[in-house]
Ligand binder design. Structure first.
Ligand code: UGA
Length: 484
């Protein structure tokens, strides 16, 4: 199938490379001429596992890059729209990029085309898309509109695309439904997985991908409801973590007990500093706005967002309490990306936490394996010193904070960290260690929803109190701290 993918951001670029990988002829289009020039010269502007390999494998064969929408539309049977849908000031998704692209597509339609909405959009966008195409001169019988939401996660986007839990094809007519089925046939029949040199899948990958056929509105709703549900799971466990902390339970044990119920499942139950990224914060807000427009007060989502923003503030209170005062202190921050495995810092809890630490008068040494170039746009060199390793960041600091769940931060040489830090304090916003393990290395360890780990040598009652963050729920010294 000849496919155009309009928009070469995370979703667009990954989709274009993966469509080429499963055998289609693809033109990836973006109006950012620098980005397209960079892709044409073999550079890949985002950090995504396997993406560079796939682009290299298919570029100039089944994958081409262009800035001209009209040419791509004329050359293709299916046109996927994957442009950004940022949050507007009122919380709704801003669909102006989708509209702008639709008007350009309309004037280039020269035969029967299927226009597929793949950006995350509110329910009923397909209706507006169809109307915009007609208003811009496309003939009613020259095109069909469908919805094919994407569920890929940054960091594992290629694998998520090629080994999906499900493919949702939302169409209101048989033609676009059959086109979508044909496009995904290599995955739904399993033929791709039996080929040679395929991208390796997860250990539990299925022999064939599951296809769910729906109408367009249901497909649109599936996307928003899925992201909102996952965000709700995270906020739920963060709320449980706060109770665990107050009563002396361990949230990781609670998660393992709760998550073993097959009706609940263990995924997206990791307590931490709250969710970030370009999707959950925006999509929960946008879904809430959709509900309001429909006359439904989806107050559950208001609480999901409230718990999420409170989680960052609680972490900051923990840091302030552990360090007594922040003005004039220097803190090592490990992790800038909104999660491990990506260089994306959009809505990253780490960025907003560093911002607050700076406002409190602390200085910051930061390190992230890949997100530093993007994070540098947020801070001046006077505000944040960027280090070339975790150990360089820790040297001479008053405490170490862990804000992103990179694997390498879970494998630190803790004795070395102890030797580098001025005060033996680690505040972990991602629960990467067992408290006892860190305490055994001579460090006082605070994490999320668990008792602090305190080294034996400083565990006299008075000293434990000195290192004990004030319990944030009750504003009393926490009972959750246990001496090693
Ligand atoms: C999310 C969804 O997981 C994808 O299915 C969806 O396609 C994508 O949004 C999108 O709409 O485009 P992504 O934003 O890449 O993917 O990241 P996630 O892996 O979902 O993580 C989101 C945030 O939640 C991160 O900040 C992460 O650290 C946090 N998180 C995740 C937790 O705090 N706890 C968890 O247990 C899981």
């Amino acid at each position: 199938m000849r496919i155009a993918v309009i928009g070469s951001g995370y979703v667009g670029l990954v989709s274009a490379a993966c469509f080429a990988e499963i055998g289609h002829d693809v033109i990836s289009v973006d109006n950012d001429a620098d980005k397209i020039a960079c892709l044409q010269s073999g550079e890949v502007p985002i950090h995504e596992h396997f993406l560079a390999e796939l682009i290299k494998r298919h570029h100039r064969k089944r994958l081409h890059f262009s800035t001209v929408i009209a040419d791509a539309v004329r050359a293709s049977e299916a046109i996927f729209i994957t442009v950004g849908t940022p949050q507007s000031e009122t919380g709704e998704a801003d669909l102006s990029f989708v509209e702008a692209v639709a008007s350009q597509i309309a004037s280039a339609i020269d035969g029967r085309k299927v226009i597929v909405e793949k950006s995350t959009v509110p329910v009923r966008t397909c209706e507006s898309l169809r109307q915009t195409l007609l208003f811009n001169g496309a003939l009613p019988d020259s095109f069909f509109v469908a919805s094919n939401p994407e569920f890929l996660r940054e960091g594992s986007a290629v694998s998520d695309f090629l080994y999906p839990d499900r493919i949702v094809a939302g169409a209101d007519d048989t033609f676009s439904s059959s086109v979508l089925q044909e496009i995904y046939a290599p995955l739904t029949s399993g033929s791709y997985y039996r080929g040679e040199n395929v991208v390796p899948g997860p250990v539990d990958s299925k022999p064939a991908a599951r296809l769910i056929l729906t109408n367009a509105k249901s497909a649109e709703l599936i996307k928003h409801a899925s992201n909102a549900f996952l965000a709700m799971k995270i906020s739920f466990i963060n709320a449980v973590a706060n109770i665990s902390e107050a009563v002396g339970a361990d949230v990781t044990e609670v998660c393992s007990g709760v998550g073993s119920d097959s009706r609940i499942g263990p995924k997206f139950l990791k307590a931490g500093v709250g969710y970030g990224g370009s999707c959950f914060p925006k999509d929960v807000q946008a879904f809430h706005a959709v509900a309001t427009q429909c006359g439904y007060d989806f107050s559950l989502l208001t609480e999901v967002m409230k718990i999420n923003s409170e989680q960052r503030k609680r972490f900051l209170r923990k840091v302030r309490s552990a360090l007594w005062t922040l003005r004039g202190k220097r803190l090592a921050v490990l992790g800038l990306a909104f999660k491990g495995g990506t260089d994306d810092v959009r809505e990253s809890p780490a960025i907003s936490i560093i911002d607050s630490l700076l406002k409190d008068g602390a200085a910051v040494n930061a390190y992230d394996p890949v997100a530093m170039p993007k994070a540098k746009a947020f801070f001046s060199p006077q505000q944040v010193t960027f280090a070339s390793s975790s150990y360089e960041a820790a040297a001479g600091c008053d405490a170490l904070l862990i804000l992103t769940e990179w694997n390498e931060f879970a494998e630190l040489d803790l004795a070395r960290i102890r030797g580098l830090l001025k005060y033996p304090i680690v505040v972990d916003g991602r629960n990467l260690y067992e408290p006892q393990q860190v305490a055994d290395a001579g460090l006082v360890y605070y994490s999320i929803g668990r008792a602090a780990g305190v080294p034996t040598e400083i565990a006299s009652p008075a000293e434990v109190r000195a290192y004990t963050p004030v319990d944030i729920l009750t504003r009393n010294p926490t009972r959750a701290v246990s001496a090693a």
